[in-house]
Design a protein around this ligand. Sequence first.
Ligand code: ADP
Ligand code: MG
Length: 348
Amino acid sequence: MLIIDNILIIIISLIFIILIIIFTTRNNKKSYIVREFYSLGTSNQLKAYGKKASKAIEESIIKVCEIDNKMSVFKNDSEISKINKNAGNKPQIVSNDTYYVIQKAIKYCTLSEGAFDITIRPIVSLWGIGKEGQQVPSSNEIKEKLKIVNYKDIVLDKDDRSIFLKNKKQEIDVGGIAKGFAADEVKNVMIKNGIKSALINLGGNILTLGTKIDGTPWSVGIQDPFKTRGEFALTISVINKSVVTSGNYERYFEVEGKRFHHIINPSTGYPSESDIVGATIISDNSIDGDGLSTGVYIMGVEKSIKLIEEIEGVDAILITKSKEIYVTSGMEGKFTITGQEFVYKNRI
Ligand code: ADP
Ligand code: MG
């Protein structure tokens, strides 16, 4: 009897050990597929977990490149370039995607009272932003070009699905919102492929799908605007959220120690000089976060907090020149300041 009992114990123990081995090796296999690629004028990273993760990522990259081809102002045959070439002349029929992005962009031009204005392109070109030959233009040149900056001159025709710019030489640039749209489209591709956990990073525009594999929220770092890329001022935990930041630290050039960055204030024609140096928007859809972050950056703390508090389901984290951090009420208690020199201000 004793021998049989011992054998039984050994067998049961062995089964347990085998089960533990199967369980742990299975768990180890739970890893993300990660791909990096260049598009939309920036480097992007997609990270997905699921049976069809590879397929989902392949399809996503194709979708992002399609969006770049349709909406890049740097591609001669993009739909945006065609609209610009036909300015003051005739309407341009565009795809559903481009029509949708322009429509959304105009919504955020209006909400920000023109701080975000996609007709800013002639001024952006003057500064040479986004290509070689960046320079400080003369104030006369700026004054001249500012006359044709006005998003109210964009005419949309829903039936024809066409876009028309009223005045010759007017040009639009959806660079301040297209990455957000692209991220939302990637998320849709992931969902269609049954992916439940993914991290979409399009040039720093973050969109998270679900939780991490282990069920915990994603931790997203908000760039310290005073440090180089990858050093954070604070972190936030999110599930199914978009986290988009506009800052002066990504694209800029310096002349005699003065920094000229790529976010232009449409009322002056010069890089924005509000009290904000980093504007982060947290929202469900990334197109909303991207459309708002550029405008909010220009509007400054007081106006921006007021505006974002009024928009349901959208929050903001603003970092100022004097290293203060302001957040909207929905973000209170949901972030951790990691940069020691930053001071949290809970009221304006
Ligand atoms: P990033 O492209 O670095 O993520 P943003 O989303 O803030 O940053 O967009 C900045 C881009 O938007 C600029 O490169 C420029 O093409 C365009 N832009 C600059 N100023 C404005 C503005 N006031 N309104 C709309 N678009 C702008
Ligand atoms: Mg933006």
